[in-house]
Design a protein around this ligand. Structure first.
Ligand SMILES: [Zn+2]
Length: 237
């Protein structure tokens, strides 16, 4: 999960913080800051990408929207329909999970062949259980053999992109020059799933640094100068 920094509350042309009257009004600013990808599964989307509330605006059992949550910039991310509907209105306790705008979520999870996401084994048992809870909350563990809906293509997309990234790396090793490295960045941005590319190219620090710079909003303070993930300041991981 790409760690992101969405920055401070956006300001208007006079430099005043924008008061969003509807949460949907924040969508454009969020896309400008974070790019057109789901903050959880990293799928690239355009029109169906929605403003996501980290703590739900209308939690289960509540009769009406909680306005402080509904319109709070700090409570916003972007989500695809699958992550959004899986997470639903569960009234989460934020500290029980990892969040891409608070934690180094790239460090928290392991991506492997076939597009499988698991908690990083380098974490303590307590943090691994938070990583697991985050995977379950967003449905990133769903695979075709258990409970995958036909409309949920997240796992299949990750599997395909994993194979594309491996093939691209192979081609790069045969044509290693600056132009091909630049082209590899465009291939990554076109296919999305940044975390998969960061994993497949983990022994190529030049490519890692290019990927970290390539998308809007990637939290570059989550990586050292070689592109190796490090503890996020103020984060749980
Ligand atoms: Zn998603």
């Amino acid at each position: 999960m790409r760690p992101v920094n969405k920055g401070p509350i956006p300001t208007d042309t006079s430099g005043n913080e924008i008061n969003f009257h509807k949460y949907q009004d924040a969508r454009g600013k969020l896309i400008e800051r974070l790019g057109e990808t789901c903050s959880y599964c990293e799928m690239h989307l355009d029109s169906s990408l929605a403003v996501e509330h980290v703590t739900p605006k209308k939690p289960e059992g509540s009769d009406e929207n909680i306005q402080e949550r509904e319109l709070d910039w700090h409570n916003f991310l972007l989500a695809c329909p699958n992550c959004n509907s899986t997470k639903g209105n569960k009234d989460v306790v934020p500290d029980d999970y990892f969040w891409p705008d608070k934690d180094n979520t790239f460090r928290a999870f392991n991506y492997s062949e076939g597009g499988i996401i698991t908690p990083s084994i380098e974490l303590s048992a307590e943090l691994q259980s938070k990583a697991n809870a985050t995977i379950e909350l967003t449905g990133l563990d769903k695979r075709p053999l258990n409970d995958l809906k036909a409309s949920d293509r997240r796992w299949l997309n990750r599997r395909d992109v994993w194979n594309i990234a491996v093939r691209t790396k192979d081609l790069l090793s045969q044509n290693d020059n600056d132009d091909f490295r630049e082209l590899t960045v465009y291939t990554m941005t076109g296919h999305a799933y940044w975390s998969i590319w960061m994993t497949v190219f983990q022994d190529d620090s030049d490519m890692l640094q290019r990927f970290i710079k390539a998308l809007p909003g990637t939290a570059d303070d989550c990586f050292d100068h070689n592109g190796i993930p490090i503890q996020r300041r103020g984060g749980q991981v």
